[in-house]
Design a binder for this molecule. Structure first.
Ligand SMILES: NC(=O)c1ccc[n+]([C@@H]2O[C@H](COP(=O)([O-])OP(=O)(O)OC[C@H]3O[C@@H](n4cnc5c(N)ncnc54)[C@H](OP(=O)(O)O)[C@@H]3O)[C@@H](O)[C@H]2O)c1
Length: 221
């Protein structure tokens, strides 16, 4: 039986490439986004538009738009980065980052968990720069702290969902050339997504709740 894979934020960047690569595995891919793109429309997947992860009503409409299909793999990819540096930390920007990067994945999992069951898997894209143990640079307060908190959300979810047989991975995609990084980075989206798909394929209740680099290494919290 082919897998149902739901990707949140699939219209561009790493999410788009994940949609492409999951399609290539033969999975049935549901590509969720605010607004589709020409590139996404080229893929053989179901595109679900109009989902803003900051909007409760929008996220609540997602299960119906997905026809309450069983979900085998859920990847929460959406995220935002607006650079900042001390002492110019903008509180409204901090709140926006938390809304997208921390509460976004929580809203999505809360809405979709009734469609997950034993053996289902959740991957949440956070970021290595959300690691406290690995932090060697103090810029990007809003992004770092929101991703750090997303890691805690994911870790808590891994504990709470394990009794239902659902595994959760926190995922760092690498430093990837996308709009978010101004096309700077150490790798392209294809290499990043390849590693993420592999990690998700190897995710079980044995290694749930860990923070993975796309290269397979563990990242300290
Ligand atoms: N690129 C890197 O080096 C890197 C490194 C570490 C972690 N990450 C993480 O990896 C993920 C993907 O990053 P990327 O580089 O592919 O970024 P990207 O090209 O900027 O794409 C960001 C995605 O998030 C979506 N998004 C933003 N706000 C949203 C909202 N309110 N509701 C729904 N979707 C929303 C965007 O949709 P719209 O087109 O509608 O804005 C887009 O699909 C992010 O979580 C990012 O933090 C990236």
């Amino acid at each position: 039986m082919s897998q149902n894979v739901v990707i949140i934020g699939a219209n561009r960047g790493i999410g788009l490439e994940l949609a492409k690569q999951y399609c290539e595995t033969g999975a049935k891919v549901y590509a969720v986004c605010r607004q589709t793109s020409e590139a996404l429309n080229q893929l053989p997947c179901d595109v679900i538009e109009g989902i803003d992860i900051c909007n409760d009503a929008s996220v609540s409409s997602l299960p119906d738009k997905l026809n309450t299909i069983p979900i085998h793999v859920l990847i929460h990819n959406s995220g935002v980065l607006v650079p900042d540096a001390y002492p110019d930390i903008n509180i409204d920007s901090m709140k926006h980052h938390f809304d997208v990067n921390t509460l976004g994945p929580l809203r999505i999992v809360q809405a979709l968990v009734p469609q997950l069951s034993e053996g289902s898997k959740i991957g949440i894209l956070t970021s290595r720069v959300g690691s406290i143990g690995d932090n060697n640079g103090s810029f990007n307060y809003a992004y770092r702290t929101s991703k750090c908190a997303a890691n805690m959300i994911g870790k808590c979810l891994s504990l709470d969902l394990a009794p239902q047989g659902i595994a959760v991975a926190l995922l760092h995609p690498g430093y990837v050339r996308t709009e978010m990084t101004g096309q700077r980075g150490l790798m392209d989206t294809d290499e990043s997504a390849q590693g993420l798909v592999k990690i998700m394929s190897e995710l079980t209740l044995e290694n749930t709740g860990l923070f993975f680099h796309t290269n397979g290494e563990m990242i300290p919290w």
